[in-house]
Design a protein around this ligand. Structure first.
Ligand code: OSB
Ligand code: MG
Length: 368
């Protein structure tokens, strides 16, 4: 396969409801979509999960555009590729910038799956025909609001509830949730809102039988997480700290993480995500698929990845309607009783709704 043409689009999509984390509130998503065309005319799609501001990792929508335009697209255009795994090697002279890399790598995987006439899930090595999913809920105005929201999602059938926490919105929130939902799988995500000085405070969370606590400490730390894990019973799950297979290996070896949240964008693509998945499987570490409030295209990639066997725990890949009035794929992603069907048709398995894409496009540029 040879990529002959890549179009970058900046899309702007309003979330149905703003999403609040320990860092701030996101109401509108500005992100990049990539449309890559192979020499035989096959079109593949990828999504960059970077946000407007560098709060989650250092990448932003504009840094991903810069990296793609000035470095990554020129490395790929007109190069003969026999398998998408080669993209990781081609990108290896470029350090990090994982979200930019994975947007283009994802489009190459979509093309490869179509050219070999298999679903993206099958091309990756996925074995499931449906995946179990949970939902991630931002910080709310009041605990009562949160309880009402969780109640709705539990009734919809989501398999686990993740709530964002931060100092001042943690112990009382999780206690109330546990009291109201004694049998629900509940977990908390801090997005690095704590430090080791909070050990005694975080120990209180052990009383609530949480599935795990996600990324309590610094995004670039694996030492303090190992110290914290020795002091608390609640399993630690790393998100921001794991950018590569090497990071995963070291964190597991140190005892910094008992579960890993895998995000394709954060680790630089599907090939690296697969490697981390396989390593975790060998080490008995369960993984689940995280989310970045993706449009249907990024969501389709997440669904395909989650079809791999060591995605044992429900992830954050909720249905399209949890995020958008209108998604950009057809059909939209539907979660029914906490399950999403893995599409069986070639490629990402959803049609791209070009009218919707055009309607949300704020800028666009073609490279060939
Ligand atoms: O930390 O997992 C996170 C959303 C944006 C950035 C980071 C995170 C999240 C979520 C929501 O938790 C996941 C989703 O529903 O897509
Ligand atoms: Mg997280």
């Amino acid at each position: 396969m040879k990529i002959k043409d890549v179009t970058i689009r900046q899309l702007q999509m309003r979330l149905k409801t703003p999403f609040k984390t320990s860092f701030g509130t996101l109401s509108t998503k500005n992100f990049l979509l990539l449309e890559a065309k192979a020499e035989d005319g096959t079109v593949g799609w990828g999504e960059s999960v970077a946000f407007d501001t560098p709060w989650y990792t250092e990448e932003t929508m504009r840094t991903t555009w810069h990296m793609l335009e000035d470095f990554l697209i020129p490395l790929i255009l007109n190069k003969e590729l026999s398998h998408p795994d080669e993209v990781t090697d081609i990108f290896s002279p470029i350090r990090k910038n994982n979200m930019a890399k994975s947007a283009l790598e994802g489009a190459v995987w979509d093309i490869y799956a179509q050219q070999t006439n298999q679903s993206l899930a099958a091309a990756i090595g996925g074995t499931k025909d449906k995946i179990e999913v949970g939902i991630s809920i931002g910080i709310q105005k009041s605990v009562e609001d949160l309880v009402a929201l969780v109640d709705g999602y539990v009734k919809e059938g989501y398999k686990r509830i993740k709530v964002k926490i931060k100092p001042g919105w943690d112990v009382h929130v999780l206690r109330t949730l546990r009291e109201n939902f004694p049998d629900t799988h509940i977990m908390a995500d801090a997005n690095s809102a704590y430090s080791l000085e909070d050990i005694d405070h975080l120990k209180q969370l052990d009383a609530f039988d949480l599935m795990m606590i996600e990324q309590p400490l610094a995004s670039d730390d694996i030492i303090d997480h190992a110290k914290l894990q020795k002091e608390i019973k609640t399993p630690i799950c790393l998100d921001e700290s794991i950018l590569s297979l090497e990071d995963a290996r070291k964190a597991i070896e140190l005892g910094s993480t008992k579960v890993i949240n895998l995000k394709i964008g954060r680790v630089g693509g599907i090939t690296e995500a697969k490697k981390i998945h396989d390593h975790c499987a060998a080490k008995g570490i369960p993984v689940w698929c995280g989310g970045m409030l993706e449009s249907g295209i990024g969501r389709a990639h997440n669904i395909a990845l989650t079809a791999l066997p060591n995605f044992i725990l429900p992830g954050d890949t909720a249905g399209s309607s949890r995020y958008w009035e209108k998604d950009i794929i057809f059909p939209e992603v539907v979660a029914k009783n906490g399950y999403i069907d893995v599409p069986q048709t070639a490629g990402i398995g959803y049609e791209v709704d070009m009218d919707a894409v055009e309607a949300f496009t704020a800028a666009k540029k073609e490279y060939k």
